[in-house]
Structure formats: C-alpha cells, structure tokens
Design a binder for this molecule. Structure first.
Ligand code: 3HC
Length: 389
C-alpha cells in the first residue's frame, strides 16, 4: 500500500517542479502561475506558494530523491530551486520584485457579446456574460441546440434560486438578455465574439474567415480553444490584431479563471480590453503566450497523466483520489476530474503537450488511450475512470 505522502510525492512534486520550470523559462509570472491554478482548478494555493511553504530546499531534495529513482528528466529539480536556496529567496520575493501592473481599461466599447457554440463551455460562457449584464447573441446549428443553452442556464439559475441566491426576476432579466440564432449573420452588430465550438482546426479556420466577413470592423474575435494555434486563426482573418484567446474553465460559471492569450499580432489595446472585460464579468485574467497548454493545462494534464500511470502500477483509483484531496487540498481527485473534463478532451490535450514539448514523460498513458477507444469518456457517457450508471 502506498501512503498518502508517497502519492503526494509521486504526483504533486513533479507538478511543483513543472510550475517552477514554467516560471524559470519566462513563460508566465509568479502571480499568474499561482492565480491560474487557484482560479482555474480551485486549488487552495498556487504551486509556487506551496513551494515557498514547503521550502525550496525540501522540494529540491525530495525531487532529487525521486529523480535518482526514476531517471525521468521531469523529476530533475529545476535549477531555480538551487538558486533560491543559495540566495535565501522565495517566490514571494520574486513576485514582489516584479510588482503589480496597473488595472486594465476598456479601450473598445463592449455592450453586445456574441458566442458561437452550444456545448457545455459555450453555454457556461453565455451565462457568464449575461449574468454580468451584457446582451448576448449566441449562435448554434439548430433550434434544439439553442434550446439546450437556455436549458443549461435555467437549470443553473434554478439551483441558485433554490439556495436563496437570486430571484425569479433576476433569472427572467438574464434570460431576456439572450438572443439565440441559427445564422452567423446575427453576429454583425456585436463588439466581441467568443468562439467555443469543437476543437478542430479546420472548423475553426472556416469560422474565423466567416466571422471576419460578418463582424463589424473593430469587433474582437476571441477563441476559447485550449490547444489549437491562435496565430493561425488570426492569419485566417484580415484582422489578426483583433484576434485573441479567452480560455475559460469547466464549469465556466463557477471557475473564476480566464487565460488571455495574445499572439505576436494581437494589438495591445485588444489585450487590455479583454483583460478589463474579464475583470468586468467577475473573472480573474492571467496572461500567457500562444503555446500548447498555456499555463493551466501545461501543469494540470501531465499530473493527471501521471496519476493514470500510478494506477496502472496497481494503486487503487479511490485511494489516489482521496490521498490527493487530503494531502494537497485539491477539490477533486485526478480521476474525478478526468471524468468531468472527459477522457477524449484529456487525451487530445495530452497529445498536444507531448507533440509540443517532446518530453517522454508526457506520452499519454495507455489506459487513457484505451478508455477513449472503449468510449468510456467520463460523466458524459456514464462511465470513465469511475462508473456513474
Ligand atoms: N455549472 C454551474 N454551476 C455549478 C456547476 C456547473 N456544472 N457545478 C457546480 N456548480 C456550482 C454550484 O451550484 C455551487 O454554487 P454556489 O456556491 O453558488 O452554491 C458551486 O458551484 C459549488 O458546487 P458544489 O457545492 O455542488 O460542489 P463543489 O463544492 O464540489 O464544487 C466544483 C464543484 C466547483 C466543480 C469543484 O469541485 C472544483 O473546483 N473542481 C475543479 C474543477 C477543475 O479543475 N476545472 C478545470 C478543468 S480543466 C479545464 O477546464 C480546461 C479545459 O481546456 C479542458
């Protein structure tokens, strides 16, 4: 039997190391890395704060012991850990030295928001904007899909009302701000479109070409893709300066994070406007560059993949789930979360990370591949790692 502490060392230490390396590489700031994991995954503390709390020397030594066992480069302690120990510095010191930026301002007027898509993410995003008082035009492929969005939002609002949060009047007002359409032309007058259709590059390229034709000049075109190159979507339009990523998390009405992804062509005004808009809808924005995984998925999915590999070694799923919740305080164990995200989505993300970084340790776990082949995708199919039938 593996103890909870061993499970923590096996799964959480490499995640902490990966967070340190992500900061060390200059990809994101200390505060954005920590905010990303707190607000995107509901973790009680960001990974770099956890390193400070455990102590960089202790984290380095535990990783070194693990590296000696596995020889896996991902377990080799990040060089920055040594440096911090030698200089008696912490990540809190690094964050303080970087300073806080000024609050972002809206550089474009945003009154009307468009959303393309009718799946779980799109429905949640429609709710987020309407809840914040924006008029929302959402576009789907059929009336039944449009009705599904209203059904999703109504269910969430009814649940909130039952808990004494909000009234029937609030619900009616929110639903009154929604306009569904099966025609993309309905997006002609919106100030920003957030696209949340299937993760398929050809589909998205076709959509962005069409949005470029339909949307008024100056309208911002945002995508909530988690794995496709936003630069390519921008290049499909005549306005790459107005194209940006707004990566929401599942469930979008609850998770407070939005990763804001700029390409080298995105204008500073569009970036600032989207950061201000994110704050206006009550979310926390973090900035990252156009690279597979951004911050959260880069740190989250290798950990989930490692959990599957640990289970392949004979550890019980429920034991791993419980140990992680107990030792790390994460709101869900890895297998509970995999089932919420969907094994198909997780496999696609893990494949992207493996392709981008070429780390042998990122190779998708065999069981994840097998689950997808067997159609055991998680809660949405009634069975994933756990059984929901
Ligand atoms: N839609 C809307 N609201 C929901 C919801 C949903 N699907 N699920 C839960 N809620 C609301 C509840 O109504 C409740 O609201 P209240 O606080 O106003 O009463 C609140 O969320 C908390 O819900 P519960 O008390 O029922 O349940 P929990 O306390 O267990 O919280 C959770 C649920 C917020 C989902 C929590 O388990 C959590 O934070 N999980 C981690 C989720 C995560 O890591 N997401 C990121 C996945 S990766 C991703 O999305 C990236 C992509 O690219 C794949």
């Amino acid at each position: 039997m593996t103890s909870s502490e061993q499970i923590f060392n096996t799964l959480v230490l490499p995640y902490l190391n990966h967070a340190v390396r992500t900061y060390e590489s200059g990809y994101a700031s200390v505060s954005d890395i920590d905010a990303a994991m707190r607000f995107g995954c509901g973790y009680p503390k960001g990974p770099l704060t956890v390193v400070d709390e455990i102590g960089a020397a202790q984290v380095r030594d535990l990783l070194a012991a693990r590296y000696a066992e596995t020889g896996d480069h991902l377990h080799e302690p990040a060089g920055l850990l040594d440096k911090l120990v030698a200089e008696n510095r912490t990540f809190a010191d690094e964050a303080a030295a970087a300073g806080e930026g000024a609050a972002p301002q809206l550089k474009h007027d945003i009154a009307k928001v468009g959303v393309v898509g009718t799946g779980t993410m799109a429905s949640g995003i429609v709710q987020v904007f309407a809840q914040a008082g924006y008029e929302v035009v959402y576009v789907g492929r059929g009336q039944d899909k449009l009705d599904g969005v209203v059904g999703y939002i109504t269910k969430n609002l009814d649940r909130a009302i039952a808990k004494g949060k909000g009234t029937e009047g609030d619900k009616d007002a929110l639903l009154g701000r929604l306009t569904g359409s099966t025609e993309r032309e309905a997006l002609g007058g919106v100030d920003i479109v957030v696209e949340a259709i299937a993760e398929d590059l050809e589909l998205k390229l076709e959509l962005f070409r069409d949005l470029d034709r339909i949307c008024k000049p100056g309208a911002i075109l945002a995508t909530t893709t988690s794995s496709l190159p936003i630069t390519k979507l921008g290049e499909a339009t005549g306005r790459p300066q107005d194209v940006i990523g707004m990566h929401f998390f599942n469930p979008a009405p609850v998770m407070k994070l939005v990763e804001i992804i700029t390409t080298s062509a995105t204008s500073a005004d569009v970036d600032e406007t989207v950061r201000a808009l994110t704050a206006n809808v009550g979310k926390v924005g973090v900035s990252a560059g156009d690279r597979a995984g951004f911050i959260v998925n880069l740190l989250l999915f290798p950990y989930l993949n490692d959990a599957i590999k640990l289970a392949e070694g004979g550890e019980e799923l429920a034991t791993i789930d419980a140990a992680i919740k107990e030792t790390a305080g994460f709101p869900m164990g890895p297998f509970e979360l995999l089932d919420v995200v969907g094994n198909d989505v997780s496999l696609a993300i893990q494949k992207e990370l493996y392709a981008e970084f070429g780390e042998p340790g990122f190779e998708p776990a065999a069981t994840l591949v097998a689950k997808v082949e067997a159609g055991e995708l998680g809660r949405k199919t009634g069975k994933g790692f756990h059984d929901y039938s």
